[in-house]
Design a binder for this molecule. Sequence first.
Ligand code: AGP
Length: 366
Amino acid sequence: QDYARGGFAHYLRKEIADQPQSVAGTLRGRLDHRFATARLDGLNMTPRELRAFRRVKILGCGSAYYAGIGGAQMIESFARLPADAEPASEFRYRDPIIDPETLYVATSQSGETADTLAAVHEIQAKGGRVIGLVNVVGSSIARGAEGGIYLHAGPEVSVASTKAVTSTLVGFALLALLLGRVRDAGPAAGERLIAALEKLPAQIDDILAREDAIAELAGRIAGSQTAFFIGRVRGHMVALEGAQKLKELSYVHAEAYPTPELKHGPLALITPDVPTVAIVPSDHLLDKNRSSLQQVKARGGPLVVVGHEHPGEGLADELLLVPRSEPELDPILLGIPLQLLAYHAALHLGRNVDQPRNLAKSVTVE
Ligand code: AGP
């Protein structure tokens, strides 16, 4: 047991620490500098077949679904192919129209989630083509899909998913790279993404080295009744996943919103007792984000900003900085401090970190 936890007190903490290696595992042997593309032989699809898809639809549950939202954005922005994500648990109940020109992607750490497996069957029964983005080799979803991308993140034991979410995003970046290169993205664009992917393991190490400051902040979050997590576009899935981690690990209530939606209702709840964790990368939305931060500040709400730089005087009470990447890959690094935040909030509250109440590692019932 101790050996499996690698000397850490919890599997969760070990799995967070694993991420430089697990991301390297996802990338290993898949970056092709010569052709500035990704090698994804497990897809079993020719460039011609890949070029023929007109859309991408991603299905997963919980954190896998949130990673799918991030993946859809990577595919849209890099490959310029319309893409979206939907909870697999809802998919088949709406009698979905299955389109032969859509590439369906089922994503699951365990590969055994009943709702995601049922979505795979629904797609196949209606003649659609579905690949898997799965961690566990030989699992039901991996076997049921016609091809796929294994995460190679190593075993994930803790109920709360951390390294698998990160590797799922990396897997989607590889898929976006390949889809982009068989379509219109040029070699320079491919190289730009490859160079950024190669930097990720060292950048994750950098974030993990800032754990002490995050642990201190977590003590304060643990004392709150509720918290908001907000992010725009790419930041929104980071907010969803950050709120999910805080809820399942610490049982502190948290709610995620697209940042501009705050003013359409939830702003009424912002008081000096309600912290907001804002995802604010230094991208083209920085100025828009600044005005949203001002709206929170004007209501006296404590602000934790996760981003690349200080957003400006008076706009952050706490700052969790991450290294810069390419914009498409920003969600990968922005999510990591939030894993540590949730972990330390749970420790402060004496929660059962590896086995949160009411939850199972893989949900094999519908
Ligand atoms: C994540 O922390 C959760 N425990 C949960 O949302 C999980 O991601 C979901 O049940 C999907 O699991 P899967 O990736 O094994 O399909």
